[in-house]
Write a protein that binds this ligand. Structure first.
Ligand code: B1M
Length: 215
């Protein structure tokens, strides 16, 4: 199968919500020497974007989002270890990463964590639907100097602001740089809430994280 065909089939497996196909295609892609990051961006994420569009226009419903997410996660489980091949030995910085309270979207956040880890950061992923208090507890526990908050809903973006306010209240704002991201998040929003940076995708999150910790 050609590269284009494989990427298109990976996207289709997510659109159709077929985890087994997605897994098989991901394995095949690696066997054929495709770049795992290209498979994620041009295959799986392209499929997920289409799922979102179909949901927006009313052709897809919640179960379609769930099964599309499952298909993407199954393929990521095959592709992400291949990304880790580039892992460096020196720890560039300690990061606490999570999806904010009220938000159950985990795929983008996890991808950001994987690429940060692959590029030398020590990542504590606290998971999804996490209140500011959980981020703060993890920052204290790990002495992290960077915190990443993901939000995929316009209604949960405000939790990123609450996190920054809670960091100030806890006296930790000077200790940690705050990185925000997620589909509805913008650089303007990041500025508005006093975050240190906004990244549009996982690759730019790594570049920004390096910049923020001075690596
Ligand atoms: Co939901 N959902 N969802 N969903 N979902 C969206 C986000 C939506 C845009 C779909 C749509 O309407 N077109 C819409 C939000 C509208 C809005 O508020 N603007 C939406 C909705 C409405 C909902 C529900 C409310 C639906 C309902 O119940 N009626 C509900 C809310 C549940 C909740 O969170 N409380 C809901 C539920 C779900 C599922 C749980 C079923 C499922 C997630 C499954 C899972 O994560 N295990 C799901 C899915 C799959 C989606 C879409 C289709 C795909 C999200 C995804 O995984 N994308 C999504 C539509 C879309 O985004 N096109 C949608 C792939 C992933 C790689 O990209 O997450 O954007 P993304 O991450 C990127 C960047 O954003 C960035 O880097 C990542 C990698 O490049 N990034 C960061 C992300 N976090 C970052 C953090 C950083 C830096 C960069 O620094 C810290």
């Amino acid at each position: 199968m050609s590269r284009e065909e494989l990427l298109s089939k990976l996207a289709q497996a997510v659109i159709d919500g077929e985890p087994e196909d997605a897994e098989e295609l991901a394995k095949q892609a690696l066997e054929q020497g495709l770049d795992p990051l290209e498979c994620i961006n041009e295959g799986l994420t392209a499929g997920m974007t289409r799922v979102g569009e179909l949901f927006s226009c009313g052709d897809y419903f919640l179960p379609d989002l769930i099964i599309g997410g499952e298909a993407m996660k199954t393929a990521l489980a095959i592709l992400e270890p291949a990304l880790m091949g580039d892992q460096q030995r020196n720890v560039l910085g300690r990061v606490v990463l999570g999806t904010v309270e009220g938000d159950l979207h985990e795929i983008g956040k996890t991808l950001v964590g994987t690429l940060l880890t692959a590029n030398g950061f020590q990542v504590t992923d606290i998971g999804i639907d996490k209140p500011a208090a959980d981020f703060i507890a993890a920052i204290k526990e790990t002495s992290a100097t960077l915190v990443g908050a993901s939000a995929l809903l316009t209604t949960t973006m405000t939790q990123q602001k609450k996190l920054i306010e809670a960091l100030v209240e806890a006296g930790l704002r000077d200790q940690v740089k705050v990185l925000v991201g997620g589909a509805p998040v913008t650089a303007t929003w990041a500025d508005q809430i006093g975050a240190d940076g906004y990244a549009e995708d996982a690759i730019s999150a790594v570049a920004l994280a390096k910049q923020l910790v001075g690596a």
